[in-house]
Every structure is written in C-alpha cells, then in structure tokens.
Design a protein around this ligand. Structure first.
Ligand code: UDP
Ligand code: MN
Length: 254
C-alpha cells in the first residue's frame, strides 16, 4: 500500500459515521480505484465501527490523547480545537503518498479520481469568503513534518474561526494568490448556500456538480423536524443521500 493514494474522511460520533458510510458508498458506486479510509475516535460504538469496516478499506482509530504531553496540556485550555486536531491527523497517514480529504457530510456524484492529479493544498473556494478555501474537500500530501507544523501553528495562533478551516487557511495562506491549479472548481464542493446567494448560477451549472457538501448544523441524518422547507434542488441531493445510505444498509444486511 506504500505510496498509494486514498480518500480520507473523519467521524467522531455515531451520527457522523452515517455520513462517512455514504461518502464511502458513493465513492465506490462511481468506481474509484483509490483506497477509502475512515478516521474514527475511540468513543465511536463497536457497531458503527463494524458498519464502517464493511465499506472502508481501512478504519483507523485516532486518539487525541496519543499526542505528546505538551500538546495535551495546551489542548486542555483549548477544547474547541479538539475536532480540528483530529481532522489534521490525516497528515500522519504517511502510508499514502497523496490523499483527498472529504468531510463526512459530503456526497460524491461521479468519479472524482482526477483530483489526485492536483497537488497540496488544492481546494474549492468557500462560498462565504471566496479568498478562503472550504476545508470540506481538499487534496493533501501526508507528512509528519507538515503535521507538526500544523500543530505548532494551531497552538501559537489558534484558529480564527475556531475550526480546522481557519487553521488550514492561515497555514496554507498563499492559496488565494499563488497557484490557480490549486483552486478546485466549485462543483467539487457544492454547498446549498450557493442556492441562496446565486441561484441563476446554480441553475446554470448545478447539474455539473461532482461533490455535494451539506454544510451547516442541519445534516442529512438530522431529524426532519430540524429541517426548514429546503430548496427543491437541495431536496434532490438530500434524497440521493438517503438512497445511498439505505443502499448501504440493505447490502450489508443481505
Ligand atoms: N466532524 C466529526 N464530528 C463532529 C463534527 C465534525 O466527525 O462532531 C468531522 C466530520 O468529518 C465533518 C467535519 O469534521 O464532516 C467538519 O464538520 P462539519 O461538516 O460539521 O462542518 P461544516 O462543513 O458544516 O462547516
Ligand atoms: Mn462539512
């Protein structure tokens, strides 16, 4: 496997495992030739872990507390960085030479293996502030050196948004100006906010979407009572998500 390439996602709770399952199933449905890896935390249930093992090539348990003491001490005062630190753990997957990280709340709509032609750090613009990239989909090169750099940067500067996106944008700060090939088209990380901020563009280009990202506090697996009447275009992606989730449940039960 050394030198191979992988899609990587993360789930720190059982409900995010539902999302991770859909990420893996949708990648397989569209015939990826790359490995598919999930990072999970120890609190994830045995059942969720088994479910993930049936669709992922590798399920890796990552424990915040296995980092060095100094880091742990600093983290005690910065609990909000916990999930961020878990996510950047993906840089330690040095058994792979290149990876594509996908948030657990993404849905892959076609084969996207061409993403491996890109270099670190490639990502799509964030719809809220397009000079920042959205950290739900990004191409990276595992490296302990980079991982250490990210930890140091987080401990020294924190994250301007409290999450991984703020940290990654200030660490890879040349992204907006340096190399256009590191700007992934928006269709690799299409979020519903595009519907509300630029509906005509969504109507013109939305059918080219390759990866949909369900950003925000209400996720596809959230109870429907939390959901406001969504836009019909997004409802279509939502029902696709459920179809993928159920296809997984049925095939693993068979
Ligand atoms: N995540 C997780 N558990 C959490 C929150 C986040 O595992 O409690 C992971 C998961 O992979 C998720 C990613 O971190 O997709 C980023 O969080 P989220 O997608 O909720 O943020 P958004 O995209 O809505 O800004
Ligand atoms: Mn997300």
């Amino acid at each position: 496997m050394s030198g191979g390439e992988a899609f990587v996602t993360l789930a720190t709770t059982n409900s995010y495992c539902m999302g991770a399952t859909v990420v893996a199933r949708s990648l397989r449905r569209h015939g990826t030739t790359r490995s598919i890896v999930a990072m999970v935390t120890p609190n994830v249930s045995e059942q969720s872990r088994l479910d993930l093992q049936s669709v992922f090539d590798e399920v890796i348990t990552v424990d915040l507390m296995d980092s060095e003491d100094r880091l742990n001490l600093s983290l005690l005062g910065r609990p909000e960085l916990g999930i961020t630190f878990t996510k950047i753990h993906c840089w330690t997957l040095t058994q792979y030479s290149k990876c594509v990280f996908l948030d657990a709340d993404t849905l892959v709509l076609c084969n996207v293996d061409e993403l491996f032609d890109r270099d670190e750090l490639s990502a799509s613009p964030d719809p809220g502030w397009p000079d920042c990239f959205n950290s739900g989909v990004f191409v990276f090169r595992p490296s302990l050196h980079t991982h250490n750099g990210l930890l140091e940067h987080a401990l020294q500067h924190g994250s301007f948004d409290g999450g991984d996106q703020g940290l990654l944008n200030s660490f890879f700060s040349s992204w907006p100006v340096e190399d256009i090939s590191k700007h992934l088209p928006f269709i690799y990380n299409l979020s519903a906010s595009a519907l509300y901020s630029y509906l005509p563009a969504f109507q013109q280009f939305g059918h080219d979407a390759k990866i949909v990202h369900f950003i925000g506090s209400v996720k596809p697996w959230s109870s429907s009572s939390q959901r406001e009447g969504g836009h019909s275009n997004m409802e279509q992606f939502l029902s696709l998500w459920w179809r993928e989730y159920r296809s997984n449940t049925e095939s693993s039960a068979a």
